[in-house]
Design a protein around this ligand. Structure first.
Ligand code: PRP
Length: 223
């Protein structure tokens, strides 16, 4: 058996598709029951140990070497800019990061006062509006971002859109696309050297599996 590695997976929407991809890539034991409360799951047959963590924490585990590999959305990577390798776009969880506003509201460039923008992505948001020369006041939220403009907390939001249903249900419309996102495999820099054979085997198997699957145009756009 090859040397053990630790893989940090994002819990939530990405978890099940990620486990499925690893199973298809030959890691047949990759299962986590819905009601499983374990944070570490061992797959001794493969020599893998899986950590189930919040998406925004995955880059932290990988950058500090608590995990050798991780799976996380490009949105999180753009926000945090961790010092890790990012060798594979898994194509899972394809979505876009957008600026959205209440339906019918004045476009950004016509507003004279400082714009208030609610988001989980303060770094990306600040950079985006700075590039446009628009001063903004950032309101950092941790979820249900679409609520902010509805109650007067913000003029705009910057958030992920997948199907567009949440925007529509809350009478918001997309104004600009900032970036495209999908899940990425990330690798700790030291692990890439110290555990080269094992890490490379995972990357190779995943890439091989992805090459078998024909992904529709537009679903694999990198950010
Ligand atoms: C995400 C995102 C949007 C929604 C978009 O939220 O922040 O709110 O999904 O999906 P849609 O375009 O398919 O409607 P999530 O469900 O992760 O919860 P959160 O708002 O608490 O972050």
């Amino acid at each position: 058996m090859s040397e053990g590695i630790t893989i940090a997976l994002s819990k939530g929407k990405l978890l099940e598709p990620t486990l499925t991809l690893f199973r298809q890539a030959g890691y047949s034991a990759y299962h986590v029951d819905e009601d499983d409360r374990r944070l570490i799951v061992e797959y001794p047959d493969h020599g893998h140990r899986v950590l189930i963590v919040r998406p925004s924490d995955v880059p932290v585990y990988v950058e500090y070497g608590a995990a050798d590999l991780g799976v996380v959305g490009k949105d999180v990577l753009l926000e945090q800019s961790p010092d890790v390798y990012e060798p594979v776009d898994l194509g899972l969880g394809a979505c876009k990061l957008v600026v959205a506003k209440p339906n019918g509201q004045t476009p950004v460039h016509r507003l004279s006062s400082k714009l208030r923008v609610a988001t989980k992505y303060p770094n990306i948001t600040e950079q985006f509006f700075n590039q446009q020369g628009l001063p903004v006041e950032l309101i950092k939220l941790y979820g249900s971002i679409e609520l902010a403009p509805l109650v007067g907390l913000a003029d705009r939001i910057v958030d992920l859109v997948e199907t567009g249903k949440t925007l529509k249900a809350n009478n918001l419309v997309e104004e600009e696309i900032i970036a495209w996102s999908s899940a990425r495999l990330i690798v700790n820099r030291a692990s890439m050297k110290m555990k080269h054979a094992t890490v490379t085997e995972v990357i190779t198997r995943i890439k091989k599996q992805l090459s078998k699957v024909k992904v529709p145009q537009g679903k694999r756009r990198g950010a």
